[in-house]
Design a protein around this ligand. Sequence first.
Ligand SMILES: C[S@@+](CC[C@H](N)C(=O)[O-])C[C@H]1O[C@@H](n2cnc3c(N)ncnc32)[C@H](O)[C@@H]1O
Length: 270
Amino acid sequence: MGQAGFHEVATLVRRRAGIVLTEDKSYLLETRLGPVLAKFQLGSLGALGEKLRGLPGEPLERAVVEALTTHESSFFRDGRPFDHLRGLLPRIAAARSGEKLRVWSAACSTGQEAYSVAILATEVLGLAAAQRLDILATDISGEVVARAREGSFSQFEVQRGLPIRTLMQNFQQEGTRWRIKPALRNMVRFEERNLLTDCAALGRFDVIFCRNVLIYFDAPTKTRVLEMLARQLHPDGVLYLGAAETVIGLTERLMPVPGERGVYGLAARK
Ligand SMILES: C[S@@+](CC[C@H](N)C(=O)[O-])C[C@H]1O[C@@H](n2cnc3c(N)ncnc32)[C@H](O)[C@@H]1O
């Protein structure tokens, strides 16, 4: 028999976020949901399950989903997409000649991905041209979006992926923490947004990062999200997925860029 409350919790996170929680992950429930149980004065996971079967209300549902999403991130994570973007940015900036270049960090977690793009654009294009970038960073979790918006990182966080020179040039030390400089902070807009919702209002992007989130979804949800991203991509735009993610077998609207891992573009219309 599964852990008390597991079924109700798994049903909720799947419905709201698309995240599949398998029974082998049920050990996560106890540790991650402990603070939620305390906050909502629920004595056990069984009591939470019962509450979720009734009318739990928005705050409890949100808190459960927040607690069960994984927010792992780091600056310049996996390296390769950023190496590719370094070569791509000058080309698309030239092609757009003065128009805003639009980048979307979908599922941005605490903001390292979006700030990595801002830092890289400044290095490649110079600050004035980089400031013409419109970088939108979104996540389903209001908590991580608020932290990302703050732009303040611990020593541990900046040590993951930032060479000391890049850190010194782009961050200001505040006690034991490091804050991204205002010029870079102002290049990024943060919004709470669920990838399962219609994102048409966001308009088209030249570059979309959607990394390390599809791994939590089942195949139909991956297809749904990938096809939504395809609709938001400019015809010559580029989509970066995580190292363990692909479009193969999920959609024919996106194709791998030959010779590049994790880089996708729109397939030619048949
Ligand atoms: C592991 S982090 C990845 C962060 C970053 N993209 C990276 O690769 O470093 C996954 C993020 O996806 C977010 N997420 C999960 N389900 C989501 C959904 N349905 N819509 C938007 N964001 C979602 C989580 O809140 C979490 O911050």
